[in-house]
Write a protein that binds this ligand. Structure first.
Ligand code: FES
Length: 272
């Protein structure tokens, strides 16, 4: 169980693995995630399911190395097994026919957005996708996003490919055209916050996927609590998808940095 079937280096710090997890692969839907542990000393890592192959019984996971645990995961060899994988967790995205939809992805968040793009296209929507990254080499899943999008706009911070700047700039232009029924934004917290502000200017509902620290993933520890519409919600069971307009972004972004010093220290110690 939980054998690593395939491992691909996507960029300097982004990796893709295909993982054997047949029972999860049978049930996984867009928007859901897993929590895995590499070994008995490992922390529990929540990762969005990029793709599930029910026939092969495998999950496609794309992750970025941001600290000790993801650095360890990047080193796990093909043929090795992970200690445990729990899932599929979280509420799935509501996939149905909305009309014209706008999807905005940033960085490794594009991997979480991809199954939603695919699901919405297969449900008959007109799909407009904007994906952005710091530079061309970090812009993942371009071909696959293009395959399931009626229009794909590329954005890079450094202008090495596509629009030079932030995803919110082409997002505004698309929204100015009118006709967008609903939007999604998945990426860094600050990006999702500003995408929400832009969508709100055009009265377009926008969903975001929150990725706070998680422990059990089943609503018991409270580690993933977020303020939604002035109420405490648990991202693992009530989300991870929420309406962006209802998220208390300041408290969310603050909590995302809560353990930053410890995370930096653990990563530095691992690298020594
Ligand atoms: Fe524990 Fe959500 S991860 S309540």
């Amino acid at each position: 169980m939980f054998k690593i079937i395939e491992r691909t280096v996507l960029s300097a710090n982004e990796f893709q693995i295909w993982l054997a997890a047949p029972r999860i692969a049978m049930k996984a839907q867009p928007g859901q995630f897993i929590i895995l542990r590499i070994n008995e000393y490992g922390e529990r890592i929540p990762l969005t399911i990029c793709e599930a192959d029910a026939t092969a019984g495998t999950l496609r996971i794309i992750f970025q190395v941001i600290g000790k645990s993801t650095a360890e995961l990047a080193q796990v060899e093909v043929g090795s097994t992970l200690l445990d994988v729990v899932g599929p967790l979280g509420k799935p995205t509501v996939i149905k026919h909305y009309g014209t939809v706008l999807l905005v992805g940033g960085g490794v968040g594009i991997a979480a957005l991809f199954p939603i793009i695919k699901g919405l296209k297969q449900a008959g929507n007109h799909v407009i996708t904007i994906i952005g990254a710091k530079t061309a080499g970090l812009l993942i899943l371009q071909e696959e996003c293009a395959h399931y999008s009626d229009e794909l706009i590329l954005v890079t911070d450094d202008g090495s490919v596509g629009h030079h700047g932030l995803v919110t700039e082409p997002m505004k232009k698309v929204l100015q055209r009118g006709g967008i029924a609903v939007a999604w934004a998945i990426g860094p917290s600050v990006m999702m916050k500003y995408c929400t502000q832009v969508a709100m200017q055009f009265d377009v509902p926008i969903y975001v996927s929150l990725n706070p620290i998680m422990v059990d993933g089943t609503g018991m520890c409270g580690g993933c609590r977020v303020m939604i519409n002035n109420q405490i919600k648990f991202a693992c069971v009530d989300g991870p998808e929420f309406l962006g307009a209802e998220v208390d972004w300041n408290s969310f972004i603050q909590r995302m940095h809560q353990y930053h010093p410890e995370e930096v220290a653990a990563y530095q110690a691992y690298q020594v």
